[in-house]
Design a protein around this ligand. Structure first.
Ligand SMILES: O=P(O)(O)OC[C@H]1O[C@H](OP(=O)(O)OP(=O)(O)O)[C@H](O)[C@@H]1O
Ligand SMILES: O=C(O)c1cc(=O)[nH]c(=O)[nH]1
Length: 212
């Protein structure tokens, strides 16, 4: 595990973003852990988070024209990532969607820069891949093309078949999916830290059931 990954896991645990218990996921699966990016909820948290996202983009070498954040939690993530990149002298346009279409004022469901060219989707997690597929549909409907996906946590779970949801997205759309941490690193961290090792068995058995 890289040092930045260990620091990111510790940051997420400290802020209660990464929690252990029983959680129902969007996919209907019951998970013994959950990553709630909404609890990165101070200016200081967002500053640190934005630097972690911008660093992941730098490491990935992804080529893109615009950043897109899927509603809701992707919205602040895309916003602060665009700001962190601008601070490095790499300002890019960004946009996000509304979950409900607006039929007055400017109307529509895309806010921000026009979705054009190669679009980098920025979100918190991928579980079964539903949110990412919805984003890709929106991007294509606007006449743009997805260029890649950046998330904080790759839960390394099966999508519709035997491949991981991420492998399905990568092969179906021919785009890379980049993450800051993966479940295997969270599991390593749990096993090697006495304070959290009590959670390791449940997380490992969830991985046996739904993981790849
Ligand atoms: O890969 P999937 O199975 O789609 O699950 C992951 C998605 O689920 C959550 O969003 P959600 O739409 O639940 O809610 P939000 O409005 O809190 O972002 C999360 O933020 C991801 O976008
Ligand atoms: O699959 C989900 O719904 C999900 C998992 C997770 O860890 N965090 C989250 O916000 N959603």
């Amino acid at each position: 595990m890289h040092d930045y990954q260990q620091k990111f896991i510790e940051f997420a645990i400290r802020r209660n973003v990464l929690r252990f218990g029983d959680f129902t996921l969007k996919s209907g699966r019951t998970s013994p852990y959950f990553f709630n990016a909404g609890l990165f909820n101070t200016g200081g948290d967002l500053l640190q988070l934005s630097q972690a996202y911008a660093a992941a983009i730098d490491r990935s070498g992804l080529d893109y024209d615009i950043i897109f954040g899927p509603a809701y939690k992707g919205i602040p993530l895309a916003t602060v990532t665009a700001m962190a990149l601008a601070k490095e002298g790499k300002s890019k346009p960004f946009a996000f969607n509304r979950k409900e279409k607006k039929d007055h004022g400017e109307g529509g469901n895309i806010v921000g820069a026009p979705l054009q060219g190669k679009v980098l989707i920025v979100d918190d997690v991928i579980t079964a891949g539903t949110a990412i597929r919805e984003s890709i549909d929106l991007i294509r409907a606007s006449g743009a093309e997805p260029a890649g996906v950046l998330i904080a946590l790759d839960r390394q779970e099966r999508g519709n078949g035997e491949l991981s949801a991420i492998q399905e997205v990568e092969s179906e759309f021919g785009i890379p999916v980049v993450s800051i941490i993966r479940l295997e690193q969270v599991l390593d961290y749990l096993k090697t830290n006495p304070e959290f090792s009590g959670h390791a068995a449940k997380v490992a058995s969830y991985r046996e059931r739904y993981g790849v």
